[in-house]
Design a protein around this ligand. Structure first.
Ligand code: HEC
Length: 194
């Protein structure tokens, strides 16, 4: 053991790290495991794979319905031309959603006509006239996922479930707005023409 240690001490750094066969293996005391583990005390990689699949299966199954709640959409240029899930938007419902602090909460960042200007943020551009500036398809992509246009935007993606940080357990796997709600908001934005 001592000689192996010495050899490692003199192993030239420019050779890179010593081959694995030369490295002393730390002596671990293998706890005795009963049952599924082979007698050697080491679990085979296959066994781990099988166990991991069994352990993950319920969460994969649970994630399924939420992922289905996400509408499929196609992006062309900076637009989503087709209404999500073929839904027809309702501007009045969209206005309620846009102002609702628990839902769209758009006014925390945008001045939005039709509300108390003093209660509205201005880190985002005003939405006054946005229905004339942008087409319906452009509005839809900006609400669904603004990061497709500007990866650094602070505007939350409203119809996305992947790649979000620290979403509370209750909301994981669910988009902030459903396909129908996105269409309602897009319809409301379309009315903001001046
Ligand atoms: C956390 C802040 C924030 C929230 C909340 C937010 N936005 Fe935005 N939004 C922005 C910013 C900032 C921009 C500017 C574009 C960028 O960052 O790339 C923007 C851009 C937009 C644009 C494009 C405007 C233009 O003139 O080009 C639209 C439309 C829009 N937001 C709609 C909404 C709607 C509708 C909601 C609510 C459902 C909302 N936003 C919620 C920050 C926000």
């Amino acid at each position: 053991m001592g000689s192996l240690g010495n050899r490692l001490l003199t192993w030239p750094a420019r050779f890179g790290s010593p081959p694995l066969t030369l490295r002393p293996r730390p002596k671990r005391r293998e706890p005795r495991r009963a049952g599924v583990f082979p007698a050697s005390g080491r679990a085979s990689p296959l066994l781990f794979t099988v166990l991991a699949c069994v352990a993950l299966a319920p969460s994969i199954a649970l994630a399924q319905p939420a992922v289905e709640a996400l509408a499929k959409f196609a992006i062309t240029g900076d637009t989503i031309a087709q209404p999500l899930g073929g839904a027809k938007g309702d501007a009045a419902r969209g206005k309620t959603l846009a102002f609702d602090p628990e839902r769209g909460n758009c006014t925390i960042c945008h001045p939005v006509p039709g509300g108390d200007a003093r209660a509205q943020g201005d880190v985002g551009p005003t939405l006054a006239g946005v229905g004339a500036r942008l087409t319906e398809g452009q509005l839809r992509l900006r609400v669904v996922d603004g990061t497709r246009i500007n990866p650094d935007t602070i505007m939350p993606p409203y119809h996305r479930v992947e790649g979000l940080n620290r979403v509370g357990p209750r909301w994981q796997g669910k988009p902030v707005l459903s396909a129908q709600e996105v269409e309602d908001i897009v319809a409301f934005l379309g009315t903001l023409r001046q």
